[in-house]
Design a binder for this molecule. Structure first.
Ligand code: SAH
Ligand code: DHB
Ligand code: MG
Length: 235
């Protein structure tokens, strides 16, 4: 019941605030027609990523997990003239759909899609001297988030923003007994983050057309947060 409401509210917000965009709509329709999983960000989440990249003044963006290129297009459209986005995707089937969607959206000049496991692409980006990236969106396989975050830190600069999708997973993130590799990946990542002095971070739960999940934002800087002496939510 609650979930119907979440979807209705997402629709309402999207109708009013997320303009119809033929290329973004076509990207979703084509992805569905080609049988890709519908695990792209929601339209209002895509616009959030777009706004964050603009707030950031991002000129160089790195994305892990392209799927059909839906979030890629949202992010590419936040780039100023001369900006560049590199997106990493392991599935050739997904990449093929994404390339067409990216071209249809007219952003192929600024988007480079690299096919292969992100774990291979990331050290290569570093050795090529790519970056620093101003904005990194981590949205590939969840078990490897700790590894991806490690590389995101190497490929960014103080002031860069790292956004991680799917950090709540229906609330499963609090299950310390979980054997789900996705949940374990997120939990390990959060533990690393808690001890990482180079970033200031928070996570926000989200509900909507994509269910119950969450985004994490980590601002790279000199010196992370002081360890909280008291959590006001714990009595
Ligand atoms: N960012 C997309 C959704 C990505 S879904 C959007 O919101 O529109 C996750 C994607 O990560 C899938 O396409 C999957 O094939 C890809 N993926 C999974 N494991 C990967 C890996 N090891 N390296 C790169 N991409 C990976
Ligand atoms: C999955 C991946 C995602 O990036 C997402 O947003 C939702 C689900 C998945 O692999 O199931
Ligand atoms: Mg995701």
């Amino acid at each position: 019941m609650a979930e119907d409401r979440w979807v209705e509210v997402d629709c309402y917000i999207t109708d009013l605030l997320v303009p119809q965009d033929a290329a973004l709509d076509a990207a979703l329709a084509q992805s569905e027609a080609d049988g890709l999983p519908q695990i792209n960000v929601a339209p209002n989440q895509g616009k959030l990523l777009h706004l964050l990249a603009r707030i950031q003044g991002a000129r160089r963006i790195l994305e892990l997990g392209t799927l059909g290129g839906y979030s890629t297009i949202w992010l590419a459209r936040a780039l100023p003239e001369g900006g560049r986005l590199i997106t990493l995707e392991v599935s050739s089937r997904h990449a093929e759909v994404a390339r067409r969607n990216i071209a249809r959206a007219g952003v192929e000049d600024r988007v480079e899609l690299r096919l292969g496991p992100a774990a291979d692409a990331l050290p290569k980006l570093e050795s090529e001297g790519q970056g620093p990236f101003d904005f990194v969106f981590i949205d590939a396989d969840k078990a490897n988030i700790p590894l991806y975050f490690h590389w995101a830190l190497r490929l960014t600069r103080p002031g860069s923003l790292i956004v991680v999708d799917n950090v709540v997973r229906n609330g499963d993130v609090i299950d310390a007994q979980s054997e789900d590799l996705n949940v374990l990946g997120v939990r390990r990542f959060l533990e690393i983050l808690a001890a990482e002095r180079r970033v200031s971070a928070t996570a926000i739960q989200t509900v909507g057309s994509k269910g119950y999940d969450g985004f994490l934002l980590a601002l790279v800087g000199q010196g992370g947060d002081a360890a909280p002496s008291r959590n006001p939510l714990r009595q």
